[in-house]
Design a protein around this ligand. Structure first.
Ligand code: HEC
Ligand code: HEC
Ligand code: HEC
Ligand code: HEC
Ligand code: HEC
Ligand code: HEC
Ligand code: HEC
Ligand code: HEC
Ligand code: HEC
Ligand code: HEC
Ligand code: HEC
Length: 397
């Protein structure tokens, strides 16, 4: 400890002890008489100074030190004092945290998210560690750490989040209403995505995104996917299956538009493979980015409906309009073209099936003919060779 603080310590102790016996600890000023010294350190060399002006401007600035440091009742106080329990005044937050993924209180004290214990500000104050624009960085202190992620079998999410549409809107545009970690996970009672109570549990995701994207969530709920998920079918997609949870792209970006596989094809494998055989897909696969028809240009993205539903963009009566968005002048005969023609399926596409069968037969018989022809030709030439040799032998003999 520095000399200055030793002198202060002695003076203050003397002043406090002046009247009679150990003095009752009450006023912040008394504590600050020693602890406001910026260079004050404990025996182990850790700073034990408190920034007086910061403390007074904080949300707890009107509290007395001893309201939190309840174990200090008199001076001189013991070297080791019991840790502060925020729970005594904030029981709800403490209970939430205790039941959460961050329940190990030694690893996750309140200050791990709220920052400096003596400079806590309300969430609406830009100086607060939990102010919306600061939340990603606060959570990212741990969730950008590869080592920690690996140890707990988690993805290191901060880097993908910060480059996403939400992260960009928040960090680059300062948009307070963009989704931060807290908007989707909550703050204290954060639960694992495997817990059915969690805001990020599969069937709860539409509602979670829907707190902001209300219109799209309504469309989604009216579509075949939303209805299936609401009925408990976990193989149908929710928002994060198509958009991801943290690496959300702007859907007009080419990086998003070229990803038909993860977005629809991972589940609709057969439709994806037939789409891949068509002109639309081949055009998109020519390299670079080409504006062609992706799954959702014909099916819609959120209110996806089967062809049998008259409201569906792929219902026979709506095809002229659907294709006509891109093909000016599309008519009934144009839309006879089958975007998923499957030449392997006789029942669905008999004409195509037989054409394919005929072409295959033709190819097969041509190949067989020439194979037999070649074999016979080889035998014949070998026969000639042998005959020539024996004729020459007879001549020489
Ligand atoms: C007479 C000076 C003096 C006063 C007054 C004083 N402290 Fe301290 N305090 C110290 C010293 C010296 C230490 C370092 C003890 C050590 O070396 O570990 C300390 C340490 C502490 C610690 C850290 C203990 C630990 O476990 O590391 C806390 C918390 C603390 N004081 C709070 C208070 C509060 C609250 C008050 C007012 C109610 C107060 N102090 C009043 C001198 C003082
Ligand atoms: C809102 C509650 C709260 C108030 C009010 C408060 N403290 Fe603390 N203080 C804490 C917490 C939390 C810690 C971290 C260590 C712990 O958990 O005990 C801490 C730690 C300390 C330490 C140890 C060094 C450090 O920074 O870790 C000192 C010294 C200290 N406080 C002094 C004071 C003084 C002096 C005041 C009044 C000016 C004060 N505290 C007011 C909550 C509080
Ligand atoms: C995992 C990070 C994290 C931990 C740990 C944490 N908090 Fe919070 N806390 C937050 C976030 C984020 C907010 C902002 C919530 C919001 O914007 O609605 C917040 C807000 C608060 C608020 C303001 C509540 C309101 O709605 O106005 C209080 C009080 C609070 N926390 C107390 C605590 C206490 C006490 C602890 C320890 C028991 C704690 N927090 C631990 C992240 C955390
Ligand atoms: C002695 C009681 C007490 C203790 C202990 C205490 N607080 Fe507070 N806290 C308060 C009071 C009073 C307020 C102000 C409430 C208000 O103005 O609405 C407050 C406000 C807050 C707020 C801001 C709430 C908001 O409106 O956004 C946060 C965050 C907070 N406390 C966190 C903590 C943390 C973290 C700890 C532990 C380090 C802690 N508190 C310990 C009494 C306490
Ligand atoms: C002090 C480091 C730390 C901070 C700060 C922190 N976390 Fe965590 N978080 C962890 C650790 C460690 C785990 C793993 C817990 C376990 O599995 O025991 C975890 C687990 C999680 C999980 C659960 C993953 C799963 O499915 O099992 C989520 C979600 C999460 N944290 C979100 C957040 C959010 C949101 C914030 C900010 C409001 C935050 N964390 C702040 C360290 C931290
Ligand atoms: C737009 C909503 C949203 C935002 C913003 C968001 N998350 Fe998530 N998070 C989710 C969803 C949904 C899941 C579960 C599904 C998944 O992992 O794909 C999840 C999963 C997680 C997991 C578990 C990952 C695993 O491997 O099990 C962690 C940890 C996590 N988030 C932390 C964070 C942190 C830290 C932030 C801020 C930097 C954040 N999240 C921002 C929605 C979000
Ligand atoms: C807290 C509110 C909030 C929540 C919750 C939220 N978002 Fe967003 N989201 C926004 C805002 C605001 C924007 C606009 C950002 C911009 O344009 O810069 C946005 C943009 C988007 C975009 C890009 C839209 C476009 O036209 O460019 C997609 C996609 C998106 N969010 C998907 C999701 C998904 C999926 C979830 C849930 C996992 C979710 N959001 C949760 C607020 C939210
Ligand atoms: C089946 C996959 C899928 C699901 C599930 C899904 N989306 Fe989308 N979303 C898309 C596609 C594809 C687009 C691009 C549409 C376009 O460009 O015409 C998109 C576009 C968006 C946009 C940008 C605005 C727009 O309409 O172009 C937002 C915001 C959005 N989705 C949010 C959500 C939310 C919130 C949910 C959950 C309620 C959700 N999405 C569910 C595939 C999906
Ligand atoms: C996570 C898997 C998954 C993803 C991703 C997915 N779907 Fe689906 N889809 C399903 C399931 C499961 C059903 C059947 C729902 C039911 O039970 O009614 C379905 C039904 C459909 C239907 C109705 C016809 C039918 O076969 O029942 C269409 C059309 C459709 N999806 C198109 C799409 C499009 C377009 C995309 C991408 C924008 C997409 N799907 C993404 C799983 C998925
Ligand atoms: C050019 C427009 C177009 C594109 C692009 C397209 N489809 Fe289709 N899709 C249709 C039409 C029209 C039908 C109905 C006729 C049929 O089944 O072939 C259909 C049928 C379907 C069905 C069955 C619907 C039912 O009610 O039985 C699914 C599932 C499907 N498509 C998924 C996809 C997926 C996944 C992609 C992208 C890989 C995709 N589609 C791309 C136009 C398209
Ligand atoms: C998002 C825009 C878009 C939609 C929707 C769309 N297409 Fe296309 N389609 C294209 C583009 C781009 C090409 C290649 C350029 C061209 O030939 O016009 C193409 C080419 C074609 C071709 C081969 C070339 C030609 O013009 O003859 C056919 C056939 C075709 N589309 C049929 C359809 C049918 C049927 C539908 C509706 C079920 C449809 N398309 C919906 C963008 C689209």
């Amino acid at each position: 400890m520095k000399t200055v603080s030793s002198i202060t310590l002695v003076l203050v102790a003397a002043a406090l002890l002046f009247h009679a016996g150990p003095a009752a600890a009450q006023k912040s000023a008394e504590c600050l008489a020693c602890h406001a010294d910026a260079s004050m350190q404990d025996a182990a060399g850790h700073s034990i100074s408190v920034d007086e002006s910061k403390f007074h401007s904080s949300i707890h600035g009107s509290l007395e030190c001893a309201n939190c440091h309840t174990s200090i009742k008199s001076y001189p106080h013991p070297d080791k004092v019991t840790p502060v329990k925020c729970d005594t005044c904030h029981a709800d937050e403490a209970a939430g945290l205790a039941g959460s993924v961050h329940s190990a209180s030694a690893d996750h004290p309140c200050t791990s998210c709220h920052g400096d214990a003596h400079a806590i500000f309300p969430k609406t104050d830009a100086r607060s560690a939990v102010y919306p624009l600061n939340v990603p960085h606060t959570c990212g202190n741990c969730h950008s750490n590869e080592g920690m992620a690996q140890k707990h079998g988690l993805a290191s999410v901060y880097p993908s989040y910060i480059d996403s549409i939400h992260g960009f809107a928040l960090s680059k545009e300062g948009l307070l209403v963009a989704a931060n970690c807290q908007s989707c996970h909550g703050s204290h009672k954060i639960l694992s995505k495997r817990n059915p109570q969690s805001a990020t549990y599969k069937t709860n995701v539409p509602q979670t995104c829907g707190t902001c994207h209300a219109g799209i969530t309504t469309n989604y709920a009216n579509g075949v996917h939303g209805k299936a998920v609401a009925a408990g079918k976990l193989d149908a997609p929710v928002c994060s299956d198509c958009h991801t949870a943290h690496a959300i792209l702007q859907p007009t970006e080419s990086a998003f538009r070229t990803q038909s596989t993860p977005i629809c094809g991972s589940c609709h494998k057969e439709k994806f493979s037939t789409y891949r055989d068509t002109f639309h897909s081949q055009l998109g696969a020519l390299g670079g980015y080409v504006e062609t028809a992706r799954c959702w240009d014909c099916h819609g993205a959120h209110d996806v409906l089967p062809a049998s539903d008259p409201r569906s963009p792929i219902a026979p009566a709506n095809l002229v309009k659907t294709c006509g968005r891109c093909h000016v002048g599309a008519n009934e005969s144009f839309v006879q073209y089958q975007p998923h023609a499957n030449a392997h399926n006789r029942k669905l596409n008999p004409a195509l099936y037989f054409i394919r069968l005929f072409m295959n037969l033709l190819l097969g018989s041509v190949l067989t003919f020439f194979m037999i022809h070649t074999i016979l030709w080889l035998i014949r030439s070998r026969y000639d060779q042998v005959k020539r040799k024996s004729a020459e032998g007879e001549k020489n003999a």
